[in-house]
Design a protein around this ligand. Structure first.
Ligand code: ADP
Ligand code: MG
Length: 203
């Protein structure tokens, strides 16, 4: 389990003596949002000023709240562009960002700027798309982060450890919003098997 390097102090008072970036990544249903909410709740309990953002395009479960698949929720601000977060987070010490893969590339620069200002920045997002390809800007965020946590789901086909998001319907679009009706978590073996079956049916 990730243990905060801040010992209950605000980022500027920590042993790191500055801000930092944390990334939580994994497939769909792997517990990214749950883990983000856990870290932000603990920061709130420590009386740190917390602000949470999500991309405005993600309206799946709620317009403003961030909701996990086990129905945990936390109030958030939907934003259109990554740069908006710079202004909106000016007075916060801890900044949570969910569904980071849906932000524009500027999110990397924004995370760096916030951390350089002494803030703790926690970003959660999908590290791979429905084809099992790296999902930018997540790989870049992982590169600039001090701490990266990969969480795992359970394979819906065989029960093994899953790190792929398998799209159940046929569509070539990179972004198709949806959850249990559209995607399932799969292990490598079952993901590859599913992709091969799709190839056979479209050939
Ligand atoms: P993420 O943000 O990574 O999509 P969430 O944090 O919203 O995931 O939800 C995690 C929760 O989803 C788990 O605690 C569990 O209750 C539920 N869940 C549903 N399907 C699965 C699965 N295949 N593997 C693991 N958890 C699942
Ligand atoms: Mg989530």
């Amino acid at each position: 389990m990730f243990v905060e390097p801040n010992f209950g102090k605000s980022p500027s008072e920590t042993p790191l003596a500055s801000g930092w970036v944390e990334v939580i990544c994994g497939s769909m249903f792997s517990g990214k949002t749950e883990e983000l909410i856990r870290r932000l709740t603990r920061a709130s309990i420590a009386k740190q000023r917390v602000e949470i953002f999500k991309p405005a395009v993600d309206t799946r479960y709620d317009k403003s709240d961030i909701v996990s698949h086990n129905n945990n929720s936390i109030r958030s601000t939907p934003v259109g562009f990554a740069q908006d977060i710079l202004l909106l987070a000016e007075n916060s010490e801890v900044i949570g960002i969910d569904e980071a893969q849906f932000f524009d590339d500027q999110i990397v620069d924004v995370a760096v700027k916030l951390a350089n200002k002494g803030k703790r920045v926690i970003l959660a997002g999908l590290d791979m798309d429905f084809q099992g390809k790296p999902f930018e800007p997540m790989p870049s965020l992982m590169a600039i982060a001090e701490f990266v946590t990969k969480v795992h789901a359970v394979c819906m086909s065989c029960g093994a450890v899953a790190n792929y998001s398998f799209r159940l319907h046929d569509s070539d679009k990179k972004v198709v919003l949806g959850e249990k009706d559209a995607y399932e978590a799969r292990c490598r073996k079952c993901f590859v098997k599913g992709q091969k079956m799709k190839e056979c049916t479209t050939a």
